[in-house]
Design a protein. Sequence first.
Length: 217
Amino acid sequence: MTIEGGVGAGKTALMKTIECQDLDEVELIPEPIEKWMNYQGENLLEKFYKEPRKYAAVFQTYVAQTLVERQLRMEGKPIVIMERSMASSLLFAEYLMMDKGLTELEYNVICGLYKLLGKLQPEVQADAVVYIKTSPKTLLGRIHSRGRKGEETSTLERLTLMEGLHREYYVKGGYRGPVLQLDGDVEIEHLMDEWEGVMNWIHDRRNDWMGAGSPRY
């Protein structure tokens, strides 16, 4: 299972709250943002936000690398909950092309890389997506509140474009698996109330997943 949503939707906060629960059969894999903020002493995430045209291609390439690295380090627990996926990274690459951060050629090369990496790890299959549906205004407010370096360049227009791509894919049928929607406009405490429904959904399928052999996420 993967947790998806725009920048500021509450994915990381939700993951940290879930981590406090005692779920022995569940492995949580957060977004490797620390690596993006410290690549050989450089904050690649900040550089990307400040100069997207210059750094978008190299940033997206490094994101692909780190997503594969985290999957290779999975502990082998039967149920995996992962923050973001290669599919949502492809959505972000599409957004960057639309926002002139990537040329069409760069976009096509990055798409080819992600598709190849996906074929190299066919044993890891996503059974469902938890999509935190959040209004762009809420996203922008949270981005300003947390003050992460580089993100101050985010605008309502850019967040609206990115959120539109998420909804087109996860709500209107681009993603073919089950999509469990959470209301990202509520506070994290109320988001956890909605998460209980997700946990019930997982437990209903727990026995099947436990006996499936390969990790399920």
